[in-house]
Design a protein around this ligand. Structure first.
Ligand code: ZN
Length: 351
């Protein structure tokens, strides 16, 4: 279909990374630590994947760009805490002297990823950034998050004229900050799977948007213990039909790997391979429109690195899974939950 292009040219995949991301110092015992990114890069290097990725060097987001989503007073308060040498934004969210600059670099990295794909230079990008973003609210940092990288990217795409942006948030926690940024906005469809009840407490399935945004928030709260069959079932039964009807011009993924079976914080049982399967499903939905994934959570180093490797295998076009996930049967409780969500979302979508 693309004439003489080689497979490599057809599947140009980028990676955002910068060693300064390691300078956001959360202390010796915090799960969201620099070792996460070191482990990811080591795995990509040792497996030969790193050399196949187009490296994107991030630049810091401007204050004006961070203000797409956040209040100036909040941005300045983060800067002030860091200038004083660090402190706590909330009981879970330590910042160090460098954290403000690092958070700008993380946000700017996701914005640059979006530009590279929007301009047609790359088909997809994985942004290995920290600190993560999806809990960050307009005027509040929380849950390890300072600035909402993915929400800023969606606002950036709106300013480039896009009218239909899909955000898929598969982190095990609900992305309260992203949901609230677009709750009344029909141009950004926010879809989230998350453990419920669990931190931060939002994301029940009756939260479907407000005003013009009614039906453009799709929450799939799941009980602890869900694994491969349940996640694939939800993506096929809920995300796929809604996304196909929405026809996204761009897909952003809040890629948290804390639903992994080895994650020390959460209670899900998702295997590394399933993150590749979910990426395959999203690639099908995106069908040629751009895809950018931004790292959120994921606190088991082995689970994180293997899962990211599977995602990149999918983006590079050589993911193979003979694990039989698609033939597995989802638990009845999850099928019932999905039926309830289809009933509620059926008011807005042809489910
Ligand atoms: Zn998380």
């Amino acid at each position: 279909m693309s004439g003489g292009l080689s497979d490599a040219d057809k599947r140009r995949t980028g990676l955002v990374y910068h060693p300064d991301f390691l300078k956001h110092d959360t202390g010796a015992h915090h799960p969201e630590r620099a070792a996460r990114l070191i482990a990811i890069i080591e795995k990509l290097e040792s497996s030969g994947v790193l050399e196949r990725l187009i490296k994107i060097s991030p630049e810091p987001a401007s204050l004006e760009q961070v203000e797409y989503v956040h209040e100036r007073s909040y941005i300045e308060s983060v800067r002030n805490v860091c200038e004083r040498g660090g402190g706590m934004l909330d009981p879970d969210t330590p910042v160090s002297a460098a954290s403000y600059e690092v958070a700008l670099l993380a946000a700017g990295g996701v914005l640059k990823a979006v530009d590279e794909v929007f301009n047609g230079n790359l088909e997809s990008v994985f942004a290995a950034v920290r600190p993560p973003g999806h809990h960050a609210e307009r005027n509040k940092g929380m849950g390890f998050c300072l600035f909402n990288n993915v929400a800023l990217a969606a606002e950036h795409l709106k300013r480039r004229g896009l009218k239909r942006i899909l955000i898929v948030d598969w982190d095990v926690h609900h992305g309260n900050g992203t949901q609230s940024a677009f709750y009344d906005d029909a141009s950004v469809l926010y879809f989230s799977t998350h453990q419920y009840p669990y931190y931060p407490g939002t994301g029940w399935f009756d939260e479907t948007g407000s005003g013009d945004g009614r039906g453009f928030t799709v929450n799939v709260p799941l009980p602890a213990g869900c694994g491969d069959a349940e996640y694939v079932y939800v993506f096929q039964e809920v995300l796929k039909p809604i996304a196909v009807e929405f026809r996204p011009e761009f897909v952003l993924i809040s890629a948290g790997f804390d639903p992994h079976e080895t994650d020390p914080l959460a209670g899900m049982r998702v295997s590394s391979e399933t993150f590749g399967v979910l990426t395959e499903i999203i690639k099908e939905i995106a069908s040629g429109s751009g895809m950018v994934l931004a790292l959120e959570g994921g606190y088991s180093l082995s689970g994180l690195t293997e899962s990211v490797w599977c995602v990149l295998a999918s983006l590079l076009g050589d993911f193979e899974c003979d694990c039989g996930i698609s033939k597995m049967e989802a638990k009845a409780a999850v099928k019932n939950r999905v039926a309830e969500i289809k009933r509620i979302q059926g008011e807005y979508w042809g489910l």
